[in-house]
Design a protein around this ligand. Structure first.
Ligand SMILES: [Zn+2]
Length: 442
């Protein structure tokens, strides 16, 4: 019989990710699993004991919106035809070093994503656990990789079946999909046991919730249906139109949407970073962000030209920054209604640094008015539940996989302290060569 290595984190303050208050405890890890979390755990005599007095243990973090196979941008700001293997390997290592032990890719090149997921699971590639969608179903002719155009119910069902056969974990539908096609995707995916998430707009969030969608991406639907009747005709359908949208909402329709999301337990992944990096798209906090050095160079050098707010004027940025609290208020409204939230970033789109940006996302969720204990739950056990893996990961709990982050300072005192990483443990193993340290929160 092979004996499993035993590692004891002794005397830590444990924040277990379930929303329970922090407590002093030992965490005992045997092989890949947590076998005891208690004030007094039995310690085998050959166990390796790490004194974690004064340290804080949280579950490994989950970025629920990480586009691992993003293609680099060329000098014109267009996407190159292929994803870049060295960039992907660098991103994977960076996630792990920065405490992100699981990522969910919400849209990827189907076969490649499944292959990389397998290599990660088998330990042949260093990086977080990967949960992945396949190509993103879209009804318009916008279809660079990883999008696929599907215009009929039959085409939708066929694509879903192919992705299921390839082994994806979930299905993703995109903004131009009308309700009938979203309904077909949900029906086919659910028959095959797969959840569906949407970055939907033509189908409103209210409709998507009624159709049984499992998750919604990004902080708002941006559908014109939520704008007050009198203001709908002047709504500009553009990136900057999102500011107009925030300023002209019909509160009754938003209330109805929130109620429908809550009733149907739809998981919302606000990806506040995806909007903050647009509303502050020319700000030194992003253009001069010291974290940028952590992003692969080939990806990073495309950001100035690839960004979605290219051409915005100073007035447009000022107006969007003024509207930012409206977006945070919408996130808080969903949180207060009991809608399960998760934490995603949209990395590595412009200015969203792999790994580091998840820590920024936690800070933005806290800015919205969510207490740190709940922010940690959002980024750990809520994510695990949304991925149907709550019996496997997402909490510091006996029986779960030992994906843990040890912090030097309390994230309950300041959520920015999730950056104070002392150690990352993945599947029971300490991650060596943690790489460049994170800057303190700004
Ligand atoms: Zn995305």
């Amino acid at each position: 019989m092979m004996l499993l290595a035993v590692l004891v984190l002794a005397g830590a303050t444990v924040i277990d990710g379930t929303g329970a208050p922090s407590r002093k405890a030992d965490v005992v890890i045997e092989g890949e699993r947590i076998v005891c979390v208690a004030a007094q755990c039995p310690r085998p005599k050959d166990a390796e004991v790490i004194d974690a007095t004064g340290k804080f243990v949280i579950p490994g973090l989950v970025d629920m919106h990480a586009h691992l196979l993003t293609h680099p941008w060329d000098e014109k700001g267009d996407l190159e035809p292929r994803w870049d293997r060295p960039s992907v390997k660098q991103m994977l290592a960076t996630f792990l070093a920065l405490g992100v032990t699981t990522i969910r890719d919400p849209g990827s090149e189907t076969g490649d994503a499944v292959m990389i997921r397998r290599q990660l699971a088998e330990g042949k590639l260093a990086g977080p656990r990967l949960v992945t969608a396949g190509r993103i179903l879209n009804a318009s002719s916008f279809n660079p990789e990883p999008f696929v155009t599907v215009r009929t119910e039959d085409a939708v069902r066929d694509e879903v079946r192919w992705q299921a056969a390839a082994g994806v974990d979930l299905i993703k539908v995109y903004s131009s999909m009308p309700p009938a096609l979203v309904a077909a995707a949900i029906d086919e995916a659910h028959k095959l046991g797969l959840p569906v998430i949407g970055h939907v707009q033509r189908t409103t969030w209210t409709e998507a919730a009624r159709l049984g969608i499992d998750g919604l991406e990004h902080p708002a639907p941006w559908s014109v249906e939520y704008v007050r009747d009198a203001d709908q005709a002047s709504w500009p359908e553009s990136m900057f139109g999102r500011v107009y949208w925030l300023e002209h909402l019909d509160p009754k329709r938003i209330d109805e949407m929130v109620a429908e999301l809550a009733k149907n337990r739809v998981v919302v992944d606000p990806t506040l970073m995806a909007m903050h990096t647009k509303f502050w798209g020319d700000d030194p906090r992003y253009t001069q962000n010291p974290d940028n050095q952590l992003a692969p160079e080939r990806i990073r050098k495309g950001w100035p030209n690839g960004r979605f707010t290219k051409g915005w004027t100073a007035e447009q940025y000022a107006a969007s920054q003024k509207a930012w609290p409206l977006l945070l208020a919408l996130t808080k409204k969903m949180y207060d209604a009991g809608i399960p939230l998760v934490a995603g970033t949209d990395t590595p789109t412009p200015w969203i640094v792999p790994g580091a940006s998840l820590h920024d996302e936690l800070r933005l969720l806290h800015d919205a008015g969510i207490p740190p204990l709940q922010v940690i739950k959002i980024a750990t056990s809520n994510a695990a539940r949304a991925m149907r893996k709550e019996n496997e990961l997402g909490a510091v709990k006996k029986g779960l996989v030992a994906d843990l982050v040890v912090l030097d300072r309390s994230p309950l005192d300041d959520i920015g302290n999730t950056r104070a990483i002392a150690m990352v443990i993945q599947r029971g193993k300490r991650i060596q060569n943690v790489g460049p340290a994170l800057q303190p929160a700004q």
